[in-house]
Each structure stands twice: as C-alpha cells, then as structure tokens.
Ligand binder design. Structure first.
Ligand SMILES: [Zn+2]
Length: 327
C-alpha cells in the first residue's frame, strides 16, 4: 500500500505558476517540460502499481531523506521484511541505445546515467543498517515507465532495469513478498530521516510577473465578475471568486517564495483592491498567520491548489472540477 500521497514537486509548481503569469524563457520552458514529463511518469507508475496490486507492500513515494549528512531523493521506496527497494522512475521516450556502459539517444550520450543514479541512492540507504540496527538487503531498479521507450542493446543488457512491457509482471511478483512487523517498524523509523524538499527555487524579477486574475481553463486575463463567480470573456468558463483568489495565493506564495505574503500584497497581486473583506476571510481560511500587527504575513501549508481546497473544506455548487471532493 502507498504510505503517502504523491504531489507535484515545488519546482514543478513554481514553473507552472510562472507559466501562468509570465512569458517563460527558453530555459524555463525546457525545465517545465522536463518536470512535467517526470511527474507524468511517476503518476503512470502509480497507476500501473494500482492495477498490479500493492496491498502486500509498504511504499513511500517521492521522498527526500537526510542520512548522516547525505541527501537522497527517492521516487519510490518499497519496504519489505528484510529488504529496501529503490525505484528510480524514468519517463524516457524514443529510441535509446546502451553501449560501452553509456546511454545514448540519437547517437548522443545523455548526461544522466540512470542506473548509476539508482545505485548511488541505494548505497546511501545502506548507512541505515547500523543506524536502525537492521541488516536489511537493498535492491534498486530503474523503471522505464513509458510504452514508447525503446532500448537498443549493443552489448550486455544493463542490469537492474525494468521496461514497461515487463512492469506489471514485475510489480505482481513484488506484491508476493512478505511484509511483517519488522517492515512496519522500519517504515515508521525511516520517518526520522525524512526532510522537506531542500531544492532552492530561482528568484524571479517581479516586473515579469503579471498581476490580476486569469481563467483557469484558457489562461486569458479577461474576466467578468459576478457576485460569487467569474466568467471568462474568451471561453465562457465559470469559476468561483473564492477558488480564483486561493489560486492567486498559491501563485504568489510559490513565485515570490522569499517575500512575505501580506494582505496588501495579495490584494494588489490578485487585482482585488476593493475586496478587503473577502481577501481577509480567505487568508484566514486557507493560510497560516505569521507575525502580528502591520507585519502580519501568511504562508500556505502546500502549493497544490486542489489538495489545499479539499483540506480546507472548499465547497461550491458552481464547480465542475471533478478532482474537488465537494461540489
Ligand atoms: Zn477562458
């Protein structure tokens, strides 16, 4: 079973928010596309695992850990009675080749070496043997999740890879492994080593960022305001003002991650100068207060809009977004 949710990384949230409100540079667009593809791959992996079954296993997804100063990022960590298994998930597509211990696409060697990456992560986990007084085995696999990934092997097949065609079978075999009290205890004790994603986000020039509100369906910044909802001039999509303001909070929070979000700043950013009361009410409902008096600022528990709305009991009968629990 999955022990935690898989949410988009803060880098992906950052570039997505930037994309909604800025003209991206070529480099930013490239990063966004890589992050999106990676996340889609992870979601695909979870879906195949759901289909194959994982009720017998304990699985953490998208982990950051710090073990004796070493930092590890793990796409998926499977805990069984005597084994920890690292899965590095790759959403490569196209024709790759493997020769002379290197990976190539269109004859050009790629900068990352997927198996070496998984080996490094797996080895860092070994330090836990002495820390947890548990002499577990560790295993690692690179999972190529995309059905359009083709690998031409010009020498011996690289070890420890699982391609899409074998993935369901591999997962079904995994689910036959034994999970008893020791695995549960390990899963619990691993939590002491979990950390928040330590990656630093870039700073953006505020001049580049467009304030105001945009349509959640087509992205255009032209909205007609009703009493409780807005309508897009371009595509006619309707959205509640509440959800639109929460999205502005999320955008502000992630784009200006080093600037405290005050009520005044949010008001200007969301283009809601006349809606002092709704802004205050929504900040109190969706955000956490930091500081007091004129320095009062607000932070958000998370950057994922839909999860945030669901957790804070957002309710609206106007919404048609089926990812929202309450409609
Ligand atoms: Zn629209």
């Amino acid at each position: 079973m999955f022990l935690n949710e898989r949410l988009k990384s803060k880098e992906l949230h950052y570039y997505e928010a930037l994309n909604r409100r800025c003209e991206l540079t070529r480099e930013e667009a490239r990063k966004l596309s890589i992050l999106r593809k990676g996340f889609d791959g992870e979601v695909g992996y979870d879906r195949i695992f759901d289909e194959a079954g994982h009720d017998n296993l304990l699985i953490y997804r998208d982990l950051w850990m710090k073990i004796e100063g070493g930092i590890l990022q793990i796409d998926s960590l499977i805990i069984t009675e005597n084994k920890l298994i690292v899965h590095e998930i790759k959403n490569y597509s196209g024709l790759y080749s493997y020769e002379n211990d290197g990976w190539f696409i269109n004859g050009i060697q790629i900068s990352e070496e997927p198996v070496a990456q998984a080996v490094r992560t797996g080895n860092k986990l070994l330090k836990l043997r002495s820390l947890l007084h548990h002499n577990f085995e560790r295993d690692y696999k690179v999972i190529f999740v995309n059905p359009n990934f083709n690998l031409e092997i010009k020498q011996e097949k690289p070890k420890n890879i699982v391609q899409r065609s074998m993935l369901r079978h591999y997962m079904k075999e995994l689910n036959k492994m034994h999970v008893g009290p020791r695995a549960h205890e390990t899963a619990l004790r691993l939590k002491d080593y979990f950390i928040d994603n330590p990656m630093e986000l870039p700073e953006v020039d505020p001049e580049r960022v467009k304030a105001g509100n945009y349509c959640c369906a087509c992205g255009k910044f032209e909205m007609i305001f009703g009493r409780y909802h807005t309508k897009c001039v371009q595509c006619g999509n309707k959205e509640t003002i509440e959800k639109m303001i929460v999205r502005a909070m999320v955008d502000f929070n992630i784009i200006f991650h080093n600037t405290p979000m005050t009520k005044e700043k949010l008001k200007r950013f969301a283009g809601m100068d006349k809606n002092e009361r709704s802004i205050r009410r929504l900040l109190n409902k969706y955000a956490e207060k930091v500081g007091a008096g004129r320095k009062t600022a607000y932070t958000l528990e998370m950057q994922d809009l839909i999860t945030l709305l669901n957790r804070k009991n957002y309710k609206s009968r106007y919404d048609t977004d089926n990812k929202l629990k309450t409609q």
